[in-house]
Design a protein around this ligand. Structure first.
Ligand SMILES: Cc1ncc(COP(=O)(O)O)c(C=O)c1O
Length: 384
């Protein structure tokens, strides 16, 4: 009789994970009687106060329904009708939003070749070369993803340099922070140190991948938040435009209090510590640090047990630096398919040779160490 090994929890996406119990408890607590709809409620007011503590005294929070919506609202608010948005070629806005920035926002994306998901100030400057040519989209916004789509993290100095060059060239800076928490935990810094203090102007602040249930927020920094006020006028006009744009792009939840409650559960209530690394750290930190640690464990386990293959062969090759909660690796396609019978995950790109494939293994706030170890054993079995 063939004994089938039990299925393991998936490593497909941090979006597959359940919502954290504290998030659900916060939603339940917000479910108290009637509240003014469309964000005029006391829970959203608390979120606004909390975002000012976490990001800067002039910051404003606009809860939205999903990450794609956060990006579209942010970029549309920052870009004039004739503008363009400089992004990496692998940016989620460029590859995984079904053209929403173009279709819904009417934006022109200006992609740069990236290395492990990151771009450089030179890439930005190259696009900026066309900024006085009326035949070309005017590069108005730089959008960076932190942590990146390939599981890497921009170091603070690199982000500072990128922000600096963008502002020098008259561009506003947006961060797709769908996994901002993972980046902050990886760098050991606060959310503010990763955004406001570097001159970032607008953030798509992720919640779903960090233990949330449904909903994210656009955070616009105040003109006096950060080192040089960033793109001050762009921040002011973005903050003024977003209430309208959010509605026009179908991102305004009528019962916004339930989105706000989730974000508050992750960020902490007003007055709580904004950072910290221990058990009393805010939930966003604990969830993200755990997910990152699980990815490091997975990388180490795979490298130690599954046989590395520098140029291909029958083993596994970890293809990107594991800096947040994702592990990218190549392995023989047949082994990937065998492993997928035990735990779901996605193919990402072609491998080094036609018989190999690059896969993505994501860890989440609830990934257990023993699940990682069982997945590594399953990988060893699958590789034969
Ligand atoms: C980097 C990045 N940005 C934005 C999003 C968009 O999130 P949503 O699926 O909520 O639209 C995702 C989702 O996977 C993402 O990975």
């Amino acid at each position: 009789m063939r004994v089938t090994a039990p299925l393991l929890p998936p490593f497909a996406s941090d979006n597959y994970a359940p919502a954290h119990p504290d998030v659900l408890a916060a939603v339940t607590a917000a479910n108290e009687g009637y509240a003014v709809a469309y964000g005029e409620d006391p829970v959203t007011a608390r979120l606004d106060a909390r975002v000012r503590e976490v990001f800067g005294p002039g910051a404003s929070a606009f809860p939205v329904i999903n990450g794609t919506g956060a990006n579209v609202v942010s970029l549309t608010a920052l870009s004039p009708r004739w503008g363009g948005v400089v992004v990496s070629d692998v940016a989620h806005v460029n590859t995984d939003e079904n053209g929403a920035p173009e279709r819904v926002g009417g934006l022109k994306l200006l992609p740069c070749p990236s290395v492990d998901g990151r771009i450089t100030p030179d890439d930005v400057a190259r696009w900026a070369g066309q900024r006085h040519d009326v035949h070309r989209a005017h590069p108005a916004v730089l959008s960076l993803t932190q942590s990146t789509e390939l599981g890497t993290v921009y170091p603070l100095d690199d982000l500072r340099a990128l922000t600096h060059v963008a502002h020098d060239l008259g561009m506003a800076v947006h961060v797709d922070g769908s996994r901002l928490a993972n980046a902050a935990a990886a760098l050991g810094c606060s959310l503010r140190a990763l955004t406001t203090d570097l001159g970032v102007d607008v953030v798509s602040l992720g919640a779903a991948k960090n233990g949330g249930m449904l909903g994210e927020a656009v955070v616009v920094l105040g003109p006096d938040d950060g080192p040089d006020g960033g793109a001050g006028p762009a921040r002011e006009s973005a903050a003024a435009a977003i209430p309208y744009l959010r509605k026009a792009t179908m991102q305004l939840a009528s019962k916004a209090r339930f989105v706000s409650a989730q974000l508050l559960a992750l960020l902490g209530e007003p007055g709580a510590a904004v950072a910290g690394t221990g058990d009393d750290a805010p939930l966003w930190w604990r969830n993200a640090a755990h997910a990152n640690a699980m990815a490091a464990r997975l990388r180490d386990g795979v490298l130690a047990s599954a046989g590395t293959a520098p140029g291909g062969g029958t083993g596994v090759r970890v293809t990107r630096p594991v800096e947040a909660n994702a592990v990218f690796a190549t392995l023989p396609r047949a082994a990937a398919d065998r492993l997928r019978e035990r735990a779901r995950f996605y193919d990402w790109a072609a491998g080094e040779t036609p018989d190999r494939v690059e896969v993505r293994w994501m860890c989440a706030w609830d990934t257990r160490p023993e699940t990682v170890d069982a997945f590594v054993s399953a990988a060893v079995d699958a590789l034969g």
